[in-house]
Design a protein around this ligand. Structure first.
Ligand SMILES: [Zn+2]
Ligand SMILES: [Zn+2]
Length: 431
């Protein structure tokens, strides 16, 4: 293309724009650079802008254009919060689909409208443990518990695909009392079918959409009214237009809130606001029932009121006091290898050398902070042990200079194949 006038990035907050393997880059940021090269204008669009982009508009780096109303002046959906702590001691489906949500689903179906249930975790249950010895059932290759998938009669690892049969025994004590705890979309689907036997129920997540064209087909079925209740993960949150969905039930809003990642709050707010926005897009107003264990959390409160500005103001003051982006720039070194000891030793060596380099020059010591190295929260994936080190810089040029100098030290062997060191600029997955 030779005469580019505008580059438009829709849903600019979407983390899918960040490339996580190979050359790591953010397509949104590249779009801005590309537009600049061509003397074109870049338009970043979102109902829930990334904190970074909104900040750029606040400081005047970007200019802000506001669409204050929904299309055809449709009202925002009404969101009510249900405190899941009330379900303690309850038995059966009411622990997962609360009384108010159950009632609202019944009313919605009686009106001939559709229901969307959202839970950001697939599978039948969250994690599996041995009831005899209490040991969680772990993947052989990853430091993570397996998720039970009822349809496949198997426990599966969501990171490497490792699977064990439903009939497995405990690897520690040999008992056959493995139980799946917690919830996933598959369990929500099973419960929904029990509660509404005559409703047409469908589930949209990575397990049901592996075949090409299946997402498109399912979306068409929803639009054509062939599905009464759609259950899904974050896949259903993405910009789809469902005019006949008048009720959204958020089964548990908290799943992404506790991620060890400074963007956990931002991502949770965006996800909840986007899911809520799937309702009330037709002529009938929509409503949302948001179930949570943290009803007082400011992210949940802001999502309830769909008040982006309130969320942003709290979030940006956190970022400022902790010096996280946009007030600082981050580079993450991801060190991984199949040998546990060698990986740890390399990480320590990089850390020690990094701290020494930082202390040696005042331009580094005055603007750069090194966090770690630490063992990654997901300490092993697909048989590779993982360590990470975060380098925080107040000035982007000095930060990149520092990383280049560190990477050029031959004894640290950044190009080694056995123990890989990945340099992730502006990391998104801090796990
Ligand atoms: Zn056991
Ligand atoms: Zn695994």
């Amino acid at each position: 293309m030779t005469r580019i006038g505008a580059v438009i990035v829709d849903e600019e907050h979407d983390t899918a724009f960040k490339q996580e393997t190979g050359l790591r880059y953010n397509a949104r940021d590249l779009a801005v650079v590309r537009a600049k090269f061509s003397g074109a204008v870049a338009v970043l669009g979102s109902a829930t802008p990334s904190v970074q982009t909104f900040y750029n508009a606040e400081i005047g780096k970007f200019s802000r254009l506001v669409l204050p109303r929904r299309i055809k002046k449709r009202p925002m959906p009404e969101v009510s919060v249900y405190d899941l702590r009330q379900t303690k001691g309850l038995r059966g489906p009411a622990r997962i689909i609360s009384q108010p949500l159950h009632r609202a689903m019944r009313e919605t179906l009686d009106q001939g409208k559709q229901v969307l249930l959202f839970l950001n975790r697939r599978g039948f249950a969250g994690h599996s443990v041995c009831l005899a010895c209490g040991e969680p059932v772990r993947c052989r290759h990853c430091d993570i518990t397996l998720t039970f998938h009822q349809a496949q009669h198997a426990y599966k690892c969501h990171y490497c695909g490792f699977s064990r049969p439903e009939t497995m025994t405990c690897g520690v004590c040999g008992a056959s009392t493995i139980r799946a705890l917690g919830i996933g979309t598959e369990k929500v689907e099973a419960l929904t079918r029990d509660l509404f036997p005559s409703a047409r129920v469908s589930r949209m997540d990575r397990d049901t959409t592996s075949r090409k064209g299946s997402v498109k087909r399912m979306l068409k079925q929803v639009r054509d009214g062939d599905i009464d209740i759609l259950i899904g993960t974050q896949m259903v949150a993405k910009g789809h237009d469902f005019p006949n969905i008048t009720l959204v039930g958020i089964i548990c809003a908290d799943l992404s809130l506790d991620f060890p990642d400074f963007r956990a709050g931002e991502r949770t707010f965006q996800l909840l606001a986007q899911v809520a926005g799937r309702t009330g897009r037709g002529d009938s107003p929509g409503r949302v029932i948001l179930q949570t264990y943290n009803p007082a959390h400011f992210t949940i409160q802001a999502a309830k009121d769909q008040d982006y500005r309130r969320f942003y103001q709290r979030e940006i003051s956190f970022r400022k006091s902790l010096r996280y982006p946009p007030y600082a720039f981050l580079v993450q070194l991801k060190i991984s290898g199949r040998d546990r000891k060698k990986t740890r030793e390399r990480a320590w060596k990089i850390g020690k050398t990094g701290h020494a380099l930082q202390a040696k020059h005042t331009r580094f010591s005055s603007t750069i902070t090194i966090l770690g190295p630490i063992e990654a929260p997901l300490a092993r994936i697909s048989g590779r042990y993982r360590w990470q080190m975060i380098i925080k810089g107040l000035r982007v040029r000095t930060l990149h200079q520092f990383v280049r100098q560190l990477a050029a030290i031959p004894s640290l062997r950044f190009n080694d194949r056995e123990i890989r060191v990945a340099v992730d600029v502006d990391p998104y997955l801090m796990m």
